[in-house]
Design a protein around this ligand. Sequence first.
Ligand SMILES: Cc1cc2nc3c(=O)[nH]c(=O)nc-3n(C[C@H](O)[C@H](O)[C@H](O)COP(=O)(O)OP(=O)(O)OC[C@H]3O[C@@H](n4cnc5c(N)ncnc54)[C@H](O)[C@@H]3O)c2cc1C
Ligand SMILES: NC(=O)c1ccc[n+]([C@@H]2O[C@H](COP(=O)([O-])OP(=O)(O)OC[C@H]3O[C@@H](n4cnc5c(N)ncnc54)[C@H](OP(=O)(O)O)[C@@H]3O)[C@@H](O)[C@H]2O)c1
Length: 462
Amino acid sequence: MSALGSEEHPLRVAIVGSGPSGFYAAEALIRTGRTVQVDMFERLPAPFGLVRHGVAPDHAKLKEPIRVYDSIARNPQFRFFGNVTVGRDVSVEALRAAYHAVILCSGAETDRRLGIPGEDLSGSHTATEFVGWYNGHPDYRDRSFDLSREVAVIIGQGNVAIDVCRILAKTVDELKHTDIAEHALDALAESRIREIHLVGRRGPAQAKFTNKEFRELGELVDCDPVVEPADVMLGPESLAELNERSGTVAKKNMEILQGFASRPPRGCRRRVFLRFLLSPVELKGGGRLESVVFERNRLEGPAGQQVARGTGQRLELACDLLFRSIGYKGIAMPGLPFDARQGVFPTRDGRILDDGGAAVPGLYASGWIKRGPTGIIGTNRADSVATVGSVLADLPLLDTGPKSGADGLSGLLAGSDRRVVSYADWLVIDRAEVERGAAKGKPREKFTRIGEMLALLGIPAP
Ligand SMILES: Cc1cc2nc3c(=O)[nH]c(=O)nc-3n(C[C@H](O)[C@H](O)[C@H](O)COP(=O)(O)OP(=O)(O)OC[C@H]3O[C@@H](n4cnc5c(N)ncnc54)[C@H](O)[C@@H]3O)c2cc1C
Ligand SMILES: NC(=O)c1ccc[n+]([C@@H]2O[C@H](COP(=O)([O-])OP(=O)(O)OC[C@H]3O[C@@H](n4cnc5c(N)ncnc54)[C@H](OP(=O)(O)O)[C@@H]3O)[C@@H](O)[C@H]2O)c1
């Protein structure tokens, strides 16, 4: 038989998930110059993962990678199968039988937990829910957030926490020409929030914000950043961290923080309080959230490895709304090994490992479900190139017999039972969203219900 990857014997690869890691894996496969057929499966009718449903609506430029993904999707070696949940509509085993290799790029769709009393009180939410809600993710379409009181608290000091903070802090005029979901814009227009507390368990030198995002907090139309002068004083270990090569971003963040601390307030309607060395230990309330109890921390350990240690000193802050933005977590897939603590598939060089630590033939991972929930969009490119490198290195070891690809997945594409959203179908949805948005001066008005998207395509809702 001719070699795998030749015209007579194409390499068939299934990719699960259409976020950055999925598209960069597809790109890397297509660029090998071999004859490859890539089929991408996505649980939603709309592609692009967190670039569509995570990246903040007021950061339109950061969504530009979608243009690259669009050109990958138009390559004849690529097919998109939207509205197909792997593990429910089609099993990983069925994919393994139909393809030479399966690359799981399913991201990190749930959250880490604080593990403190009151965490699930009404009024306490995950950042994931709020982000999904304002970005029109169908899973979060019907969530509601009580924006009728004055104080909101955000736990965590990463870029997601900043996104949440900015969306709460901005005026409607700053948001109305973005692709924010209409239901969110309407609710935010009625928001009475005046104080937002952005709380870190460690100090300002350990905050995970990037400089551009942090600086932006000082550039909002009607919101003043507030910093305690004592918080810009650092201990010797933190000062040492700033002077290391890895400390460049933190050093700039400290300059930005000092700028916030020294500027006079403008008397804005809203204020963002940057608060440090505080860990939430309990959320209190009779039925719904009324206050959060923090323990004050000190930093312990050498520079670069400082951890937050409780001092026993507590303080209570009355608040009505709280967002936990302490990191995302991946979800297991039926029948596959999983590292539940880290929320990732156990891997070596992108190869998924069984419980004994041996690589499962033909099964790979990339992106957040491989590395955990860190890194910007571009980080996933090198990650997917590396995983595809492992696929190519393994070609002699794979089951090299001819594979059917999606055409052999019985029922999935069947005539009357049509449910799959192709890339051409997605382009119909895309055009309709852009048209809906144009009427309001927005780049698009997303469809936020799967049924609406399917109805547009004449696909009956499930
Ligand atoms: C709120 C937020 C904002 C961000 N903003 C930025 C930013 O502004 N700039 C930046 O550079 N980075 C940003 N990032 C980081 C960036 O989004 C991630 O690095 C990147 O999206 C991770 O890519 P991924 O492909 O691993 O996962 P994802 O983008 O999450 O893609 C995973 C895809 O898999 C699909 N899926 C899951 N399970 C299944 C299944 N069983 N069957 C089929 N499909 C499935 C999901 O629906 C999803 O489409 C942000 C992250 C978050 C959380
Ligand atoms: N504009 C952008 O480029 C953009 C926007 C959004 C997201 N992203 C990227 O997406 C990735 C994920 O962002 P993220 O904000 O979810 O994660 P992150 O950067 O890892 O930040 C998580 C934050 O949660 C804190 N935390 C974790 N566990 C905690 C606990 N038990 N109690 C209190 N605080 C806790 C962490 O503090 P410690 O440091 O003490 O652990 C940290 O401040 C990042 O790489 C980010 O840069 C980029």
